[in-house]
Design a protein around this ligand. Structure first.
Ligand SMILES: [Zn+2]
Length: 406
């Protein structure tokens, strides 16, 4: 078989043919031409058109390599007279209208970019970073247009920070199918509204049963407005995070209360606690008693934190609620301001906290995906803009279909 025939078959050309294949140092040049008077298709609506209006200057497309040599397709596009669209550039069976690479190469690049950084993918295919970015973005646009949209019942809303908490993104997962549904810039009500109005729409919002999230007012407002029937469940890991922050706040405020001299005294006093009391000198005994006094609030904080965790283990809702109410009362009496603040937060969100016992779901179900997003953000130093980062997240987590060769 001639190489021309081989390439023609590989590209599945019908109205076109390969006229010549030349080898250079860097490429295999594949010359393509129209095949006789076969009808060409409109690049917009793909309808067959009778009339060719004009011939455009030659264009080039990068294709997959043959052994080590990349194929370079060359062709002079025709402009056709489409009865529906008017005069348009024809449809290319080997590439999308906008593309400078063939669909086959774009598909290979997009597949690798799910595993590798864009930089690494570019190196692998001898392209530059920008080309990879364009390919991935187009693939994501295609995937979002063509992905299946089954009814969604249980979602998790979470935030991802970029640049060490300077910029936030909001991600929404389908917790049943464990797939990313949506990602958008920021975490304001205005920004996340798009998920409910554009991605979901009113009809699909109605099937939502559970929404798992942090106690974050904008998210809560949105759910109440767009999916009032859904049960809000405050995410276990976020609640524990707030609890740990309360402990830490107690620790830090104790540290702040100490004078510089006291701090110096406390440095290296941990071993005092390990020593047998009868071996202590007077000065050491004094230091130890101050240390214990200093530590009491911290001990209380630790105890409260540990006691709270029992809440997750109850199977019966009334027992869980009883535990939580008792715990909140003792935390209010603890004289620890951060814990009082935490209790006030729980009280105003009680229904969504107690929902845990019945639903037993958390955004932890998609922790793998969360880690993936973190690693995407780490490996992609080129993502100075959120749009690239968002495209990469969709590409790796949303299980989008890739453009197929026609
Ligand atoms: Zn048309």
């Amino acid at each position: 078989m001639l190489i021309e025939t081989f390439i023609r078959k590989q590209l599945r050309l019908k109205a076109h043919t390969v006229t010549k294949v030349e080898e250079t140092d860097q490429h295999m040049l594949v010359q393509i031409d129209r095949l006789g008077q076969r009808l060409l298709r409109c690049g917009v609506c793909r309808q067959r058109c009778r009339e060719v209006h004009s011939v455009r200057p030659e264009r080039e497309w990068r294709d997959l390599s043959m052994r080590k040599l990349p194929l370079l397709l060359r062709y002079r596009p025709r402009r056709v007279e489409c009865p529906r669209c008017g005069v348009r550039v024809e449809d290319f069976p080997w590439a999308e209208p906008w593309a400078r690479v063939t669909t086959a190469l774009a598909q290979a690049v997009a597949t690798l970019a799910r595993e590798l950084s864009w930089q690494g993918t570019a190196r692998e295919y001898g392209l530059n970073w920008k080309s990879v970015a364009t390919i991935v973005k187009r693939a994501v646009e295609y995937g979002l247009r063509h992905r299946a949209r089954p009814p969604v019942h249980v979602i998790g809303i979470d935030e991802v920070s970029r640049r060490k908490g300077q910029v936030y993104l909001t991600v929404v997962y389908d917790l049943e199918r464990r797939v990313l549904l949506w990602v958008g810039e920021d975490r304001t009500e205005e920004a996340v509204k798009k998920f409910f109005t554009e991605e979901m729409g009113r009809r699909r919002c109605r099937t939502l049963r559970v929404v798992c999230m942090d106690m974050w007012a904008p998210y809560l407002n949105l759910v109440r407005k767009h999916a009032p029937q859904a049960q809000v469940l405050f995410d276990r890991f976020h609640i524990v995070k707030h609890l740990n922050e309360a402990v830490d706040e107690v620790r830090r405020s104790l540290w702040r209360q100490l004078s510089v001299k006291e701090r110096a005294n406390f440095k290296g006093t941990r071993w005092l606690l390990l020593k047998n009391p009868w071996n202590l000198k007077d000065s050491q005994r004094e230091r130890l008693s101050t240390l214990v006094r200093w530590n009491t609030p911290l001990v209380r904080a630790w105890y409260l934190k540990e006691a709270f965790q029992l809440f997750w283990t109850y199977r019966q809702p009334w027992r869980a609620e009883q535990h939580l109410r008792k715990w909140m009362n003792s935390a209010m009496r603890s004289k620890l301001e951060p814990f009082k603040k935490f209790v006030r937060m729980l009280r105003s969100h009680l229904d969504g906290v107690l929902a845990w016992t019945k639903i037993r779901l958390s955004n932890g179900a998609v922790e793998g995906m969360n880690n993936k997003i973190k690693s995407i953000s780490h490996r992609s130093f080129g993502f100075r803009s959120a749009t690239h980062f968002i495209a990469a997240i969709y590409h790796c987590c949303a299980r989008l279909p890739l453009p197929v060769e026609r």
